[in-house]
Design a protein around this ligand. Sequence first.
Ligand code: UT7
Length: 336
Amino acid sequence: MIIRRSAVVATGSYLPERRITNQELADRLDTSDAWIRERTGIMQRHVAAEGETTSDLACHAARRALARGGLGVADIDCIVVATATPDYTFPATATQVQAMLGMTHGFALDVHAVCTGFVYGLAVADNFIRLGQANRVLLVGAETFSRILDWDDRSTCVLFGDGAGAVVLEPATGDCGVLSTHLHSDGRYRDMLHVDGGPSTTRHVGHLKMNGREVFRHATRKLTEVVEEALLANEIEASAVDWLVPHQANRRIIDATARKLGLASDRVIVTIDRHANTSAASIPLALAEATADGRISPGDLVLIEAMGGGFTWGAALIRWSATSRRGASATGEAAR
Ligand code: UT7
């Protein structure tokens, strides 16, 4: 069997139109723009319109990635959607996206690892391609966390936003592509960050609950460990990393990881100020922005990492493909 490697050849993203500033939240909650900015780096977040679903967001991002790649649905044989906020309990949101794209061949599945969903989805897509079970995979991270937030709980509702990012993966040529993926979970910590509802328990959707301080403590340690694991597995020094594209949960966590790697801040893709924490969508949103504005270019070494509910955490190293078409950002501009 020939072992193949996968490469990201196109990116796209989508953010809902409605933006909520910190000040809007401070107008009705016991919080302030200063607290949110200083403790998290967040200035605003996008929120899906009434009736706008995770699959709607995913589809917009997917269409933009396909257009950027000069590809049609006939060129895709697998769709993976990473989400913790599916349209329905079942079927998978990925099958909804498949139908919306007008694709009747291939297969589609959801991956659920909350904020680590995109890294898990990348591992799944990469392995399908390596094994020859799929040839070209559309991988989407899409979330509508606004639907699972308690908007009266200042300790959580200020932190999250909605959005979607998509990448297309195909067999790599040359040295480029996904070099390795590294996944971890430890279910002992499942209560630290969870939604207090579900079909087999309360039968309600529930609300997000988080012990922020504990999650923060674990995140800084686990992210450093998994990033070191990825570098070691490839015998690569941190100084060789061109871009760190971290999950965007808290600016202080991002800065701590970059500092430990010795990476200058201009080597880190940051979107948390405008997007807040979009869970599984945060990394593909950042990848789309940084390819669209030309920061990430062919040959660059890109390190992604994330940590989230479960706990789940993971990292991947990607040598950006020479054949990568430039990305399509959320609005077609790099700014939003
Ligand atoms: O994406 C999945 C992974 N998620 C994360 O990685 C999130 C990790 N955690 C965090 O980012 C931070 O822990 C938070 C941003 C959630 C909280 O920041 P913190 O510096 O850890 O604050 P804290 O929880 O220690 O709270 C400090 C104070 C508390 O008041 P007291 O007890 O000191 O009087 C909170 O009640 O800040 C208070 N507080 C707020 N004040 C104003 C909590 N939320 C707010 C708020 N506005 N929105």
